[in-house]
Structure formats: C-alpha cells, structure tokens
Design a protein around this ligand. Structure first.
Ligand code: SER
Ligand code: ZN
Length: 504
C-alpha cells in the first residue's frame, strides 16, 4: 500500500528565538534532510519516500515545522529525530523547550480500502475518502508520536483489510490423523440423557451445569486417566494458576487485541465501607429486587475477566526471568478451576457452555525441546484415545488458538508453530466435537512476558487444553450409558452409580 505521512508541529521555547538562533535552526534542518533522515534508509530509496522538512518558520518564541514523508523515516519519526538534534543547538542560544504541539497529522493510504477497514477511534478526527484511497486526519500528542501510534494505525488498517479478504473463507483445517472406525453403541444426545436420569441439571447461570455425584464419577475417572496415564508419566508437575485475569496479563498474552465479546468481566467495589452500600441492601430488602443500576455506580470499571484461555495467568510466575538449562523443558499443568466464555447463542449440551472445567498442560524450553514435548504429548494422547478409551476421533491442524483468540485467521508463518485440534465423532448428529488441543505457540509467550533461557537460544512454549466436559460428552456420545459397553480402563475407576438424592 502506498503511504504518505504529513505533520505540522510547533516547538515553543522559553523566550523569543533571536535571528542567530533561527539561522542555527536552518542549519539543523539542512542536515536533517540530507543526513539525519536518511540514516538506516536503503541507498536506492528515492528522496520523495523519505521524511523531509518541507517548510519551517520562526515567530516569537515558536518554531513551526512541516514534515512530509513516504514510508521511510516517517513524519513522526523524522520529527522526533529533528527535535533531538535541535534541542542542544537551541540550548547554546539559551533557549529551552517549553512545550510541543502537534497541529496536524495526516496519513494518506492508497489502494482498495473498504469502509469497514477504517477504524473508528477518538484520535481519528476526520477521514477523507478519495478515488484511490483514504486520508486519515489525526489529533495526536507528542507522547502518541513517541508510542509510534501512526505506525500502529497503518498496521491496524492493513489487518482489517486482510481480515475482510479472509472473511468469507472457512477457518484453516487440515486433517493429520484419523482413528479406526468404532462400533456404534449409542445414538442419542448424552446431555439429554444426563438431564433425564438426573445426573446433571442446568445451573442458575447461563451455560452452566450442576453435575451430580454419578456424572462426577465419570468426569473424574476421565480426568484420572488424563493425569495418571498421560500427564504425570510424561513428567508434568501440578501448579495452581489464578482464575481472575487482569488486563496486564491479557495485554502481554495478546488477548487484549480481541477477546472482548467473550469475556466474563470482573469489577471490584469502589468502597468496602458497609455505609457506602447501605442503600443498595435497603433497596433489596424493601423491593426484593437487586438494584443493578445502583450497583453499577458503586463498582470500578472491570479490572479484567474470568479465566478464559487458562495458560496466560501462569506467565507472571516466570516473567522477566532467565531459566537455567538444567530445568528445561519446564512441564507443568493446572486443573484448579473453571474457565468462562460468553458463548451467547452457541450454548449446546454439556459440551458448549459458558463455564467449563479444563486441565491446561503447559511447557517451554528451546525450540527443539518445545516441539519434541508437543510430539510426545500427541503420541500419548493417540495411545489413550485409540487403546484405552477406544474412541473414534481425528486430529487436524487448525488456525492457532492464540491467533483465533486475537481475532486473526489463517495459519502461522512458521510451520512448526500451530494448533492441533482433537475431534471426536458424535454419532447422534454426525458432527465432530473438538474435545482438546495441542499447540506449539512459538516465542509468543516467552517474548510477551520477557522470559529467557540460559543458552541464549530462542525460547518457545506450548500448551494443551483438555476439556473435561468435552471428553465426557465425546465418551458418552460414543459409548452410551450401558456400562457393559464401557472400556475396562474407565469401569475400574467408577463404582456402581448411586442415587444420593431422592426427590419426593
Ligand atoms: N490455552 C489454550 C486454549 O485456550 C489451550 O487450553 O485453547
Ligand atoms: Zn494454553
């Protein structure tokens, strides 16, 4: 895409700029255009594409600057370089910078840009649509220039155009393995049966279940198989990850880029003084209704959300650290709580819910260790699904979960980085249910949380999510409730189902 940047800014000094000082500015401008702005730009790039001060003037204590650029030493970058060069020169004339105002900033982008790719953001004060592109007029501060906000805006528009182009296409999906076919034992939806026989009931909140003792026996049996037959033999140690995730973690994990439609948000009270809340309790006592609007006034904005992907809140444990060669690869897992996703209309049975239980397996080390660890895990899963649980399942390479959760599509650029989804057939409707995944996440998390390894090599990480409700849904959908059809491995972990509750 053809890019042009334009900037007008004023540098205000503590006193009037005398003619000698103005002459000195002229010299800095010349040098900036000839040398400073060319620094780091390939020699073959034409003058027109590089940042250039096209106009400047002095009036009283104010130096006005106009800069134009193509994609090299972009106007904001050029301005910062110029500011750094001119400040000491003016210092020699006893002039100190008192303030900097960015008067205008524009980005012109040429190419096919659909309207939907133009962001609606407070710093975009105006948009001009032209025949061959758009011009964004921005109101920016010096701090915004330092944060390279114009570059990020360009990237955002490019991403939106790309997403649009991908829009119609299905998510990436590429078959890697298919298990043998299995005899059909059951053809109903097991969630309906769970409800009918009273092993589970809907929770009071949407997409939430209360599992009775008989259902939990099976869920825990499957969990035991995962932990005792796969996770522990492979050397993973148990940890407890937090389940309330603050924005900082999601900024570093990338989730802050796209997870908003699916988060369960968490807010803290503005005060824990009972007097501050008294009218809320009184209102409830008198009306029997919880006054949600009154509560809204008394809570802070969300500090983050409930556990979503499970592994991001692990990373602060190693943030900023360098790990010794001897302890690598690190292999840990967490099964300490629920994950929450606002699924809206997508809720289905026990397998697609707003609140679910998952074992999250996480590892990191060198690139080689990380890829090998993923392969070993995959081999162990394959053995368990084929030989122990005797499931009909398949495995496919899909859009990496961390890209999907950031709202991106397609696959990663590095072939060994990516997600494998494990899917089981649901005989009652012929659909395939994704019941777990294994991912090599590349350097994304070590980089995001600044984690290094002793050898100085690049650090990679991986993770695998085992959805317990989904294992259960897949198992029951294929094996049904007649225990004579259940594999021995599961049978020996569950007792005869006992009816603890007798409803009259
Ligand atoms: N963190 C991964 C995911 O969210 C695996 O659980 O899919
Ligand atoms: Zn994960």
């Amino acid at each position: 895409m053809l890019l042009r940047f334009g900037l007008n800014a004023e540098i205000v000094f503590n006193k009037d700029i005398a003619p000698e000082a103005a002459n000195a500015v002229g010299a800095v401008v010349l040098e900036a255009n000839e040398l400073l702005f060319r620094r780091g730009v390939p020699a073959e790039v034409s003058e027109n594409e590089v940042g250039r001060i096209t106009d400047w003037s002095v009036s009283g204590n104010t130096l006005s600057i106009k800069i134009e650029s193509g994609p090299y030493t972009r106007a904001h970058d050029a301005f910062l370089r110029f500011k750094k060069a001119v400040t000491p020169v003016m210092g020699k004339h006893r002039l100190g910078v008192r303030g900097i105002e960015v008067r205008n900033f524009s980005i012109s982008m040429k190419g096919e840009i659909p309207k939907s790719a133009i962001p609606k953001l407070p710093m975009i004060s105006d948009v001009t649509i032209e025949e061959d592109g758009i011009v964004l007029h921005l109101s920016l501060s010096l701090a915004d220039l330092e944060k390279k906000l114009p570059d990020r805006l360009v990237k955002l528009v490019e991403e939106k155009i790309e997403a649009e182009a991908y829009g119609g296409k299905a998510e990436h999906w590429e078959l890697l393995y298919e298990s043998p076919k299995r005899p059909l034992h059951y053809d109903k939806n097991p969630s309906d049966e769970l409800l009918k026989i009273g092993w589970a009931k809907h929770g009071a909140s949407r997409g939430q279940w209360i599992f009775g003792p008989q259902a939990v026996e099976l869920i825990r049996a499957l969990e035991t198989i995962a932990v005792e037959e796969i996770i522990k033999p492979l050397g993973y140690k148990e940890m407890i990850f937090p389940k309330l995730v603050p924005w900082d973690v999601w900024k570093q994990s990338g989730h802050a880029k796209g997870v908003y439609p699916e988060i369960y948000y968490v807010c803290a009270p503005k005060s824990r003084d009972p007097a501050y809340w008294e009218d809320v309790s009184d209102y409830y006592k008198v009306t029997g209704d919880v006054p949600v609007e009154m509560i809204r006034d008394r809570i802070e904005g969300p500090i983050g959300g409930m556990c979503y992907a499970q592994c991001p809140p692990f990373w602060p444990f190693v943030k900023g650290e360098t790990l010794s060669n001897g302890c690598l690869p690190i292999k840990v897992f967490d099964r300490s709580g629920t994950s929450h996703r606002y699924e809206s209309g997508g809720i289905h049975g026990i397998e697609r819910v707003d609140e679910f239980h998952r074992i999250e397996v996480l590892w990191f080390g060198t690139i080689e260790q990380t890829v090998r660890t993923a392969d070993l895990l995959h081999e162990a899963y394959t053995r368990i699904f084929d030989e122990v649980l005797e499931l009909e399942w398949r495995c496919a390479k899909v859009t990496p979960w961390f890209m999907a959760q950031e709202g991106l599509v397609g696959v990663s650029d590095t072939s060994s980085v990516g997600t494998r989804d494990y899917e089981a057939i649901l005989p009652y409707n012929g659909d395939w249910l994704e019941f777990q995944n294994v991912s090599v996440n590349g350097n994304k998390y070590p980089k995001g949380f600044n984690v290094k390894i002793q050898s100085g090599e690049e650090c990679w990480s991986g993770c695998s999510g085992i959805g317990l409700e989904r294992w259960t849904a897949a198992f029951l959908a294929q094996k049904g409730f007649d225990r004579s059809k259940w594999p021995e491995s599961v049978l020996k972990l569950v007792g005869e189902p006992e009816d603890v509750f007798e409803f009259l």
